[in-house]
Design a binder for this molecule. Structure first.
Ligand code: F0G
Length: 463
């Protein structure tokens, strides 16, 4: 190839306006939202990087597929298309559609866990952890040591600590009903897991009779990192790599709102017949019949097409590059981010950027508020507001204080990213004046979604 510019591998057929607001309007919106970005009206946001979940743009082929949705209650054609797409990638025997990832988690853990059990993972996502704790079991995060050093460059910081995995299983006989690996490791910075690590974790688990599950939300992005970073995979297709990843596991939970390229949906897939039967019973009770699982037939169609599109090389090359492009600009400006950039998001290291704000004044939350106030950008805190509250009600600062800028799939263009970089550089120039926040009101579970906060000092940004 002669040309080095990696372009968006699509052209735009439908546009959706986004709205500029004034700083004063954003200040008022923040106050009204209780200084919680989840409680803003989306139309008051200019660039919405709250999540890459269900927010992407669908393709013309997905929309065409939706017109072919079969809405039959049982045995719909759309289900078989969906099942075929999932099986081609995972080879897992039972494919159970769910309305999103957390429904798959709830159903799996409801069937597989008892009080006192332990579920190791590289890092549990917040809903995964919450669903485990809801069963009075414990979610154990055991990423490799490199994962805790935001600035350290390492190709597979998403890896699980294999020694601790084996030790946990040995030390807790009968109490580890399953282990998990999350690809990519979202809460740990969107970092990938190597094939060697998945393979070795699988060997350990199977030696001890413990099934291994993949939290596979971003399996295609993980496959791309394996292709570009792990020896022996450069010439393999993302599909072949994904197939190998799934070949080592006994089951998977999936949010199709990520690498399913859909606006809603997910699945639970697994090989164990008895466990699958239990899960299907639970599915009928709360989600729907096993051939639709809480989804419309047209959703199943969109996912079936999306699972193919997400593995296209042009798409993955653009996807990973557009995130790295922002990462490069921030790194050049000296803004500390989790290195190297993750697959779906840039994670700003708020502890590194705002060392003057103590953890109990939630530096990452404060930074996310300032990004909105100054530039209309919505991001999400992955720090002590999200993870600091312990099951016993005590408070423990999270290992990292991160602000995640998650990129919806196929949604924003390079000029949006240039704008983002400009805002971030501006905020960096006034970082010494940024102050922390305090929690005024919050629920006991998943508090970040609805907590009310306010500036801990007179203002968010001092004059
Ligand atoms: N696992 C991981 C790794 C996730 O990132 C998510 C969702 C889920 C499970 C749950 O899936 O939302 O479909 O129920 N993550 C979104 C995010 C919400 O913003 O990272 P869900």
């Amino acid at each position: 190839m002669h040309f080095k510019t990696i372009i968006e591998p699509f052209r735009i057929k439908t546009v959706e306006p986004i709205r500029q607001t004034t700083r004063a309007e954003r200040e008022a919106a923040l106050q009204k939202a209780g200084y919680n970005l989840f409680l803003l009206k989306a139309e008051d946001v200019l660039i919405d990087l709250l999540t890459d979940s269900g927010t992407g743009a669908m393709s013309s082929n997905q929309w065409a597929g939706m017109m072919q949705g079969d809405e039959s209650y049982a045995g719909a054609r759309s289900f078989y298309k969906f099942e075929t797409a999932v099986r081609e990638i995972t080879s897992l025997k039972h494919v159970i559609p769910t309305h999103q990832g957390r429904a798959a988690e709830r159903i799996l853990f409801g069937a597989a866990l008892k009080p006192g059990d332990i579920v190791p993972n590289n890092t549990h996502f917040d809903t995964t952890r919450a669903n485990i704790e809801y069963r009075q079991a414990a979610g154990l995060d055991i990423p490799v040591a490199e994962a805790h050093q935001p600035q350290l460059d390492h190709p597979f910081k998403g890896n699980i600590d294999l020694d601790r995995l084996e030790q946990t299983i040995i030390d807790n006989p009968g109490k580890v009903p399953l282990a998990m690996i999350t690809v990519t490791n979202n809460s740990g910075g969107g970092q990938p897991v190597s094939m060697a690590n998945i393979r070795a974790a699988s060997e350990i688990c199977h030696r001890h009779g413990v099934p291994l599950f993949l939290d596979s939300c971003r399996f295609a992005e993980n496959a791309w990192f394996i292709k570009t970073r792990e020896e022996g995979y450069a010439d393999k297709t993302p599909l072949a790599i994904a197939q190998e990843m799934f070949s080592y596991v006994d089951g998977a939970t999936m949010s199709a709102k990520k690498d399913g390229m859909a606006n809603i949906g997910g699945f639970l897939a697994l090989n164990d017949d008895a466990l699958a039967a239990q899960c299907k019973t639970m599915l009928i009770l709360t989600e729907g019949f096993p051939t639709y699982g809480g989804l419309a037939g047209y959703d199943l169609e969109a996912i079936a097409v999306g699972l193919h599109e997400v593995l296209e090389e042009d798409y993955l090359r653009y996807r990973i590059r557009s995130v790295a492009y922002l990462g490069d600009k921030l790194t050049a400006a000296g803004i500390p981010i989790v290195q190297p950039p993750g697959g779906h998001a840039i994670y700003i290291d708020a502890k590194g950027m705002l060392p003057h704000i103590p953890p109990n004044e939630y530096p990452a939350w404060a930074l996310s508020l300032v990004l909105y106030l100054e530039g209309g950008i919505r991001s999400v805190e992955i720090g002590s507001v999200m993870f600091g509250l312990q099951p016993d009600g005590s408070e423990k600062p999270s290992a990292m204080e991160l602000v995640r800028l998650a990129f919806p799939r196929r949604m924003y263009t390079q000029s949006h990213v240039d704008y983002l970089a400009e805002v971030l550089l501006y905020v960096n120039s006034l970082k010494n004046r940024v102050r922390g926040v305090k929690i005024v009101e919050s629920p006991n579970v998943l508090r970040h979604f609805s907590a009310i906060l306010e500036p801990a000092h007179s203002k968010l940004i001092m004059d």
